[in-house]
Design a protein around this ligand. Structure first.
Ligand SMILES: NC(=O)c1ccc[n+]([C@@H]2O[C@H](COP(=O)([O-])OP(=O)(O)OC[C@H]3O[C@@H](n4cnc5c(N)ncnc54)[C@H](OP(=O)(O)O)[C@@H]3O)[C@@H](O)[C@H]2O)c1
Length: 292
């Protein structure tokens, strides 16, 4: 099922997060633009444009104004119309609002991309604001995947057609100490995707789990892409080619090789290597933080 045969696409990511200090003004802007739009697909990023046109650049929207600008860019360049739904995925009470805004749309592709990690590797009990951090990581990384799936899957099943792309992480394939909650949430996404694929593939639904290693993004705190840490654009260009072919993928050949090599290392040794690496990242972060 090639991606460009799909109709509407949802990508739940930063585009829907409203910064509190600019909230009022931007909401007006959103409202105005949404009224102007004729057809309105769904919220969008460049990856959606890939899905539709298979060419574009990736937008890492830093704030809502960027999102509105990006929406315009998508329309001008690809004639892809978008609907922006401003929600904070750390909250639990957003799904009725999303459901209402999606009413009447046939969703062909859902990309569960939204995700957050730690500020720096840390021991579980020493995580700053632990109660809140647990809740946020679970709501953003786990609840969003289940609830967005619950919203769009019924219509996909009715039409016997649909694609769900769940962005997990290599941290979900191998236990990553000092990123414990993140690693566990990504393992959830992996298992959820595999089970869902098995349950619904006979009904025409293709569920794919994407498990990348490092990609040069804000989340990874990597600015400059390298061969093994590609830009989001390079990564998505590669990963999108596997849609319909592989239900579980690292998305990028070098990441596949990394996973292969990691799988050959005994799990205990692997955990120790990662623990030592994350300990040194933690130490560097804390030293820098103390200096400042
Ligand atoms: N980069 C990597 O190395 C890497 C590796 C493996 C897996 N992944 C996964 O890839 C996915 C995309 O991450 P990325 O690397 O592209 O990082 P990113 O640029 O930080 O993207 C994550 C997006 O989620 C949004 N987001 C976070 N919390 C949110 C909230 N409460 N409500 C609404 N939106 C929220 C962020 O919005 P703002 O921009 O507004 O903060 C951001 O745009 C994530 O699921 C991540 O776990 C990334």
């Amino acid at each position: 099922m090639p991606p460009d045969s799909m109709d509407n696409t949802i990508i739940n990511k930063s585009l829907f997060k409203v910064e509190s200090d600019v909230h009022g003004q931007l909401e007006k802007e959103y409202a105005a633009r949404c009224k102007e739009a004729r057809v309105l697909t769904v919220h969008i990023t460049a990856a959606a444009a890939y899905a539709v046109k298979e060419k574009t650049t990736i937008c890492q929207a830093a704030n809502c104004l960027d999102v509105v600008r990006y929406q315009k860019h998508l329309y001008e360049k690809f004639k892809v119309e978008t609907r922006i739904i401003a929600v904070d995925f750390a909250s639990e009470d957003i799904y009725d609002k999303i459901k209402t805004r999606l009413a009447g749309l046939e969703i062909g592709i859902l990309v569960n991309n939204v995700g957050m990690s730690y500020e720096y590797p840390e021991y579980f009990l020493d995580l700053p604001d632990l109660d809140n951090t647990i809740k946020k990581l679970i709501n953003v990384n786990v609840l969003s995947v289940c609830k967005m799936t619950q919203l769009v899957l019924p219509n996909m099943v009715e039409r016997s057609k649909g694609v769900i792309l769940n962005i997990s992480s290599a941290s979900g394939m191998f236990a990553v100490p000092l990123l414990t909650i993140y690693s566990a949430t990504k393992a959830f996404v992996d298992f959820f995707s595999r089970c869902l694929h098995e349950e619904y593939r006979s009904k025409g639904i293709f569920v794919q789990c994407v498990l990348p290693y490092y990609v040069a993004t804000k989340l990874a705190k990597i600015r400059k892409p390298t061969l093994d840490k590609p830009s989001a654009e390079t990564f998505v260009k590669s990963a999108i080619k596997t849609v319909g072919l592989q239900s579980r993928t690292n998305g990028y050949p070098i990441h596949f090789l990394l996973a292969l090599v990691t799988s050959l290392v005994p799990p205990g040794i692997n955990r120790k290597i990662i623990m030592d690496f994350n300990k040194s990242v933690r130490a560097r972060y804390l030293k820098k933080f103390k200096k400042n």
